[in-house]
Design a protein around this ligand. Structure first.
Ligand SMILES: [Zn+2]
Length: 405
């Protein structure tokens, strides 16, 4: 088989780029928040078929998932919510799997965006919108890569595409897709990696903490606790736990300040200035060391909350993710680095990040996160750089052909 050069790959990417950008705009314009992923999946399904995949729908099986120690704790029924598994290629070469999540987080506070969060506006080579970077841009880049790779003829080996839900809240979409199969000998997740790659993540758990107090008239405010004020004591206790987790850093996070972070993601309490609220509810996220079991992290979190308020209720939901440290010296990563260097002219380096991804569901020697460049993930004015989509697609088109060759 003739060598597929980086120049040929780039030309094929250029030809399909306008259509890819309009696909990405359509994808950003559907909000695909938790529970509303289907409009995005319908768009991805069509695009998968357009680039030659046979597509199967897969509804995660809650009963099967809750039995699995690596699952997230479901927040919502899976009825009417599906993952997609695309397959194509019958060549005898090594198999490759591409994975992308369609779910996004909220655009809160929407009034601070300078571009509409679901408008997909393009300005100065940047496409703006919630999910543009995390990770609809990566989905567009991966499917563009497939199209470009196909321009050089039949694929050398089997190719699988997983379009999953719930990456942002526990990973059950990817886990369900992996349990259903097929898997492959090499895996790339197109999460945004800003010109580097990502192989390392801390563990992550979520918890909902409910604090109760006697609701009463403000004229009796001094006659007992106030759940809103208790919430601050709980937060302080959790930050003490965070500090103790960060006292001993793991070598995988060398150079990263405080890899294990606490985040208070929501606080709901009270509705009247002249009333002491009866209840406060906090949702928190805690990062923890790779070598710590999620169950141990849950116990530490519950104990810290208990020290601040012995009556607090702690419910674990969503993330129950162990950390991971995947190897960089593997055939897949070496080949990805060679393709990256061919196209982008620089060495591919691994940057540890303080967030998790669906990578943890794959085999350590076989998988890597590699995707476009952007900013504003989980924040205001999220954008993805369109040139980085073309570059990533070119790299991945080479990878698809060379991995299977
Ligand atoms: Zn993501």
């Amino acid at each position: 088989m003739a060598i597929f050069s980086s120049l040929e790959a780039r030309k094929a990417v250029e030809r399909a780029l306008p259509e890819t950008i309009s696909f990405l705009q359509d994808l950003v314009r559907v909000s695909s928040l938790l529970g509303n992923e289907e409009p995005a999946q319908a768009l991805v399904e069509q695009r998968l078929r357009d680039v030659g995949f046979d597509v199967r729908s897969l509804v995660p099986d809650e009963a099967e998932l809750v039995e699995n120690p690596d699952s997230g704790i479901p927040l919502l029924s899976y009825e009417g919510r599906r993952c997609l598994v695309g397959t194509q290629g019958s060549g005898s070469g090594r198999s490759l799997l591409l994975n992308g999540h369609v779910d996004v987080v909220s655009e809160e506070p929407a009034d601070r965006w300078t571009k509409p969060p679901y408008g997909a506006a393009i300005e100065d080579g940047r496409l703006y919108g919630r999910g543009a970077c995390d990770m609809k841009g990566g989905i567009a880049a991966m499917l563009l890569a497939v199209e470009a790779a196909l321009s050089a003829g039949d694929l050398p080996g089997p190719l699988v595409y997983q379009s999953v839900i719930e990456e942002e809240c526990g990973g059950n979409g990817a886990l369900a897709a992996c349990l259903a199969g097929p898997l492959a000998e090499g895996i790339v997740i197109g999460e945004p990696t800003n010109g580097s790659m990502d192989l390392v993540a801390p563990g992550v758990i979520w918890a909902r903490i409910t604090l109760e107090g006697s609701s009463r008239h403000a004229s009796h405010a001094d006659e007992g606790s106030n759940p809103i004020e208790t919430a601050f004591a709980v937060t302080t206790a959790l930050h003490e736990l965070e500090a103790s987790l960060n006292e001993k850093q793991e070598p995988e996070f060398a150079g990263v300040e405080r890899p294990y972070l606490l985040n208070v993601g929501s606080l709901h309490a009270g509705d009247w200035p002249s009333m002491t609220p009866g209840r406060a509810e906090l949702d928190v996220r805690l990062g923890f060391p790779i070598r710590m079991d999620p169950g141990e992290a849950q116990s530490l979190l519950a104990a810290a909350v208990g020290r601040a308020d012995s009556g607090a209720k702690v419910e674990f939901r969503g993330f129950r993710a162990r950390g991971y440290a995947f190897e960089a010296d593997t055939p897949l990563v070496r080949l990805l680095a060679a393709c990256h260097e061919d196209v982008r002219g620089s060495a591919l380096v691994a940057e540890p990040v303080r967030a998790t991804t669906d990578l943890r569901f794959f085999q350590p020697g076989q998988a890597v996160c590699y995707g476009p460049t952007g900013e504003g993930l989980h924040g205001v004015d999220e954008w993805v750089d369109l040139e980085s989509i073309a570059e990533v697609a070119t790299v991945l088109a080479l990878l698809i052909r060379r991995w299977g060759a």
